[in-house]
Design a protein around this ligand. Structure first.
Ligand SMILES: Cc1ncc(COP(=O)(O)O)c(C=O)c1O
Length: 338
């Protein structure tokens, strides 16, 4: 596999791997983990996941280090976030031990698909929880299918190229006290059209404002937002933002650099005052933003680092990247090795 694959050409599509791991919850308990060569599943057409959106998912990566060791980054945080998403939807999620066991099994069985160090590519891991079993009533499911699929992915935007984003005042991603802070498919369905429109217009992503007042910054379609002002790392806090594990880690790194870290409501008027802005998440890592367009208000915010990351974004990216790939020691205890 490694010999034939041109890792520089893979994007964020899907490449079939050896196996997918599944596990079924019924009669109050989880089954043993199963390894499947088929990535099709068979569930009732009357499953609540298909009709009522009773599903939640996660996204994390396996990184091949320079030392040939494969690392997972904070999988326990993904387990906890899946449990939180499932709890909101009245679903049963695997406990942290089972979650990590399934993720590690999926990576081990597909170790040949972990792209080599230095290729810029990684193995993306997609845990998915579905409400299954036939029902027509709008009630919580009684049976759940948990699966972990993996596929190699290329670098998304990453720190090497700055992007521009657009504020879309016509669409909301999530309601003020709805599902925005959970990783459930409905949020992505709701944001699909505005994201598609933004990409068609040449933007990497939409920057969503708070859905109630359109006054505060929320986040991008698949990543959190941050601004750097002087020695401060500032990232929005609101009830409709997904708590990013990447952002949480960057905040810890920034604090360790002696930066002033602020997680608080960020008013759109602050956009003028940042030295650097960017988005962060598992897929994009840190993606610097050089321009934010607000067409409805006829405003364009530009940042001096067009085409590259600013100094501070670069420094934070470098520190995170080096921990993920085992170049720096795991001082924060974030790494599971395989
Ligand atoms: C809406 C949204 N915000 C933020 C993130 C970043 O979260 P994380 O850093 O845990 O990948 C993601 C990706 O999971 C996302 O989909």
């Amino acid at each position: 596999m490694k010999k034939t694959m041109d890792w520089s050409k893979i994007g964020f599509g899907y490449i079939k791997t050896n196996t997918m791991i599944t596990c079924l919850y019924s009669d109050g308990k989880w089954s043993e983990l199963q390894s499947n060569t088929d990535d099709n599943i068979s569930i009732s057409a009357l499953s609540a996941s298909l009709h009522y959106g009773l599903q939640a998912f996660e996204g994390l990566k396996a990184y091949m280090g320079a030392d040939g060791i494969v690392r997972l980054f904070r999988p326990d945080e993904n387990a906890k976030r899946l449990q939180s998403s499932a709890g909101y939807l009245g679903m049963v999620a695997p406990d942290t031990e089972l979650f990590i066991k399934a993720v590690e099994m999926a990576v081990r069985e597909n170790i040949d698909f972990v792209p080599p160090f230095g290729s810029g590519a990684t193995l993306y891991i997609r845990p998915l929880l579905l409400g299954v079993g036939p029902q027509i009533g709008l009630d919580p499911s009684k049976e759940f299918l948990f699966l972990v699929a993996v596929t190699p992915v290329g670098g998304y935007n990453d720190v090497s190229g700055a992007t521009k984003v657009v504020i879309d005042r016509d669409h909301d991603r999530a309601a003020p006290h709805g599902t925005g802070c959970y990783k459930v498919g409905g949020n992505y369905a709701a944001a699909m059209m505005s994201g598609y429109r933004a990409k068609k217009d040449g933007y990497s992503s939409v920057l969503y404002l708070d859905p109630k007042e359109k006054r505060w910054i929320d986040e991008c379609g698949t990543s959190n937002f941050f601004g750097i002002r002087g020695n401060s790392y500032i990232t929005p806090h609101s009830s409709s933002i997904l708590p990013s594990i990447t952002n949480k880690s960057i905040m810890t790194i920034a604090e360790s650099f002696g930066m002033d870290v602020q997680k608080r409501p960020v008013e759109i008027t602050e956009l003028d005052s940042f030295d650097e802005v960017g988005s962060c998440g598992t897929a994009v890592v840190i993606s610097p933003i050089y321009q934010i367009d607000d067409p409805a208000e006829h405003r364009i915010y530009t940042y001096k680092n067009a085409g590259a990351a600013g100094t501070t974004s670069n420094k934070l990216y470098d520190a995170l990247y080096k921990i993920q790939f085992g170049i720096s020691p795991d001082t924060f205890g974030w790494i599971n090795t395989l």
